[in-house]
Design a protein around this ligand. Structure first.
Ligand SMILES: Nc1nc2c(ncn2[C@@H]2O[C@H](COP(=O)(O)OP(=O)(O)O)[C@@H](O)[C@H]2O)c(=O)[nH]1
Ligand SMILES: [Mg+2]
Length: 341
């Protein structure tokens, strides 16, 4: 949390944690809240005869400042989309459209500045008022105009509330940490490998592009914490079987993956022949042309081709050497890519 209790969404060089987005308040609640503050506002002691003015000035000030600060908080609680790392930018765009978010936030920002200018208008009028009737009228007008502006943006606030829920589904992947992605057909041993090399139960993050969760494990290596990802539903079958959203998820992953460990199962025990697996490997190579890809054969206890390094996760054969290589490659690639700005 940052100052003032506003959740900081973009905390680290464009890395985002959308799970901490605040709930977006709705128009009616905002209006109730602001006018309640207005009613409770205490006027400062002033010259005799100024009591009426001071009381209404305090009310208008309290109500409008409540609107202003609550709306400001809504704006600040969303990531600055222009500063967002490309990984999150793509994910946000596929889920909710960056243009829509900008438009709704623009409306909130408009409302906030309108309320500010109403406040200064009305404050002038109250100060210049000649009698109590004028003072009351000015305050009532202020309330009416502020409420109608906040009512005008009720659709935007409602949309932002929905968007907030969509964004909460984006995994809290750290863009500022080296990332190793395990890919390969189902049942080749990806999850077993992840569990084995991270020696802890991986976190499971809800990922909006697949019904299965993304598994994230961690391992310290050369003073870095490396994230290791198993992404079921994402890099485990031919690309032409994917819908546009899954394709977009793959594009997003390109910005996050420092190294890919591609697992083959030459035994076919997984249920897919080796040439189908090799085709997927070639597709992944084409899509991730700038990413280091280590190809490894698993289930060496059953069969190997001799063409790639081989491991057996269940027999714990060759695991440490391969893991060290993969972590090295991920840290190297991360050091190349990561330029904090
Ligand atoms: N014989 C053998 N079986 C393995 C090995 N690694 C994983 N398996 C088995 O392969 C099956 C699928 O493994 P899993 O990790 O769920 O694969 P995933 O779908 O790629 O995540 C499980 O029954 C594992 O026990 C291995 O090295 N040798
Ligand atoms: Mg699995």
């Amino acid at each position: 949390m940052s100052k003032g209790g506003i959740p900081q969404v973009v905390d680290n060089h464009g890395a985002a944690d959308f799970s901490r987005l605040m709930t977006v308040p709705q128009s009616e609640d905002l209006i109730d809240q602001a006018f309640r503050k207005g009613r409770k506002a205490q006027a400062p002691k002033g010259a005799p005869g100024e009591a009426g003015k001071n009381r209404e000035l305090a009310r208008v000030g309290a109500a409008s400042r409540t609107f202003e600060s609550r709306l400001h908080r809504v704006i600040r609680s969303f990531p600055n989309l222009d500063e967002l790392h490309p990984f999150y930018h793509e994910l946000v765009d596929v889920l909710v459209s960056v243009d829509d978010v900008k438009q709704h936030l623009g409306a909130v920002s408009w409302a906030r500045s309108r309320i500010q200018s109403i406040r200064s208008d009305i404050e002038k009028r109250i100060r210049a008022a000649e009698n109590n009737h004028e003072i009351m009228l000015a305050r009532k007008e202020a309330y009416g105009r502020m409420a109608s502006i906040v009512t005008d943006i009720s659709d935007d606030l409602a949309e932002l509330a929905k968007i907030r829920y969509e964004l909460a589904g984006i995994p809290t992947l750290r863009i500022d940490q080296p990332t190793l992605v395990i890919a390969g057909y189902p049942n080749v041993g990806k999850s077993s490998l992840l569990t084995e090399i991270t020696r802890a139960t991986p976190q499971i993050a809800v990922y909006p592009f697949t019904t299965k969760g993304v598994h994230i494990g961690h391992r310290d290596h050369r003073h870095h914490q490396v994230q290791i990802l198993d992404t079921p539903g994402i890099l485990d079958r031919p690309m032409d079987e994917r819908n546009p959203i899954e394709q977009q998820a793959i594009l997003a992953l390109r910005h996050a993956a420092d190294t890919i460990l591609f697992l083959l199962d030459p035994s076919g025990h997984c249920g897919y022949p080796l040439d189908a697996q090799t085709n997927l490997l070639n597709e992944v190579k084409t899509l991730f042309e700038d990413t280091t890809i280590l190809t490894v054969e698993n289930k060496s206890d059953l069969e190997t081709t001799g063409e790639h390094p081989a491991i057996s996760v269940t027999e714990n054969e060759g695991l440490e050497a391969i893991t060290e290589n993969a972590l090295d490659a991920a840290v190297d690639a991360f050091n190349e890519r990561w330029q904090p700005f």
